[in-house]
Design a protein around this ligand. Structure first.
Ligand code: SF4
Ligand code: SF4
Length: 402
């Protein structure tokens, strides 16, 4: 690999329109301090961002959040993305997708909708998101299908719902889903905060993988099943984002440009903002986007590893979260001197599951909502704790003087 090759432009533009969301998922990938990052770009600023990205060659445009439907200008932005020639994708919880909006999105030329479910039953779905949304989601999925989009469902998997894998696939089958994405939790944001409760056991994972294989055989081509194994159970890391600033450009609600959604947590960076810099400058010239391109930044064991062109040393955010240094090899890798920390997380989670006889999300202990008056206690208690993603927990977990 060339040390710092001249990159191509971005292929994928992810527009995180807002961090606002009506749901409070325990595994939410948004930053834990989202309440400290509330400003949002205007319609005109988003359009200009899309225009410049398309001019650099981006072809896929994802609208995400938070919940992108909370933006009143979503239809206008979709229409503009369509006009520019993007393949447009809406990544949504579905909440707020009323028939009139579905029609408007169809007219705007939206190509693809991905709706997320938390689990297969009302009790579990609503507990994991701390909302009463299951019934609404069922209606929304049917409406999306009736409107003629391919039905794409996403379920984030973890210890609390992995044992419901059969029920989840059955639900998807009943709903006529064409593509079911079973994505095991990545431990960033709120999921990292809740990792002791969310990391599954080896047995759960093995069982789920076997069940997915059996369902694939049974379903044939009628429904495509994607099962993404969690990083912590692998021996080598995934090629995170297909390489730092190689194909993926994520724009946070306030216009901060990031090589991945989670990268804002990395210290020592000044991530550029599209309101003050052109995308061309951000992508090709900014320090933040250049820093981990190629392999000249790598330390051993990655620097001399024959696999560095396959996985690019894994994930910088995971390396930082677990080892304290973003330049280290992703500790998921068995060659990393910090791999024992990942093993320790997994072992602790197994122990935690045995101690609390985790039987999945029917276990009420796992859903202790952290109200402000309980928070100090929550930080020290040995009980299983779930931090719901909500405004007061965000402010509590990210104090200003932290
Ligand atoms: S993971 Fe849940 S809380 Fe987070 S943005 Fe998605 S729907 Fe909202
Ligand atoms: S040492 Fe680095 S490049 Fe090699 S497999 Fe591990 S993370 Fe990947």
């Amino acid at each position: 690999m060339n040390a710092n090759p001249r990159p191509d432009g971005p292929l994928w533009l992810l527009a995180e329109l807002t961090y606002r969301c009506p749901l409070h998922c325990v595994f939410c990938y948004n930053p834990v301090d989202y309440m400290r990052q509330q400003s949002e770009m205007s319609t005109a600023e988003w359009k200009e961002t899309m225009r410049q990205s398309r001019a650099l060659g981006a072809v896929q445009l994802g609208f995400s959040g938070g919940e992108p439907l909370l933006r009143d200008d979503l239809e206008e932005l979709v229409a503009y993305g369509h006009e520019l020639g993007f393949y447009t994708n809406l990544i949504t919880s579905g909440i707020g997708l009323k028939p009139a909006r579905l029609e408007a999105l169809k007219a705007a030329g939206l190509d693809h909708i991905q709706v997320s479910f938390q689990d297969a039953t009302q009790a579990a779905n609503d507990a994991l998101s701390d909302t009463k949304t299951f019934q609404k989601k069922l209606e929304i999925v049917q409406a999306v299908k009736a409107a003629g989009w391919p039905m794409v469902l996403n379920v984030v998997l973890h210890k609390l719902n992995l044992d419901h894998i059969d029920a989840i696939i059955e639900l998807a089958e009943k709903l006529g889903v064409e593509y079911l994405e079973l994505a095991n939790t990545q431990y960033y944001g709120w999921a990292y905060q809740n990792k002791a409760t969310l990391i599954p056991t080896h047995e759960q994972l093995k069982h789920a993988e076997e069940r997915v294989a059996a369902w694939r055989e049974k379903l044939g081509n009628t429904m495509k099943l994607l099962f993404v194994v969690p990083d912590y159970f692998e021996k080598t890391p995934k090629p995170c984002m297909n390489g730092w600033a190689k194909v993926f450009l994520s724009i946070a609600p306030d216009g901060t440009a990031l090589p991945c959604q989670a990268a804002r947590m990395l210290p020592g960076f000044e991530f550029p903002n599209v309101k003050t810099h052109r995308i061309e400058h951000i992508w090709f010239k900014s320090d933040a986007f250049q820093r981990y391109r190629g392999d000249s930044w790598m330390k051993d064991p990655c620097r001399t590893c024959p696999d560095k062109e396959k996985d690019y040393g894994g994930c910088r955010c995971q390396a930082y979260l677990i080892t304290g240094e973003a330049e280290n090899a992703d500790p998921v890798c068995h060659k990393s001197p910090h791999h024992d920390k990942v093993v320790e997380f997994v072992n602790k989670a197994q122990h935690h599951a045995q101690q609390h006889e985790c039987k999945g999300s029917n276990q009420p202990d796992y859903f202790k909502v952290q109200k402000p008056e309980h928070q100090a206690q929550a930080l020290t208690t040995a009980q299983p704790i779930v931090w719901y993603r909500n405004d007061s927990n965000s402010l509590h977990l990210s104090p200003i003087d932290k």
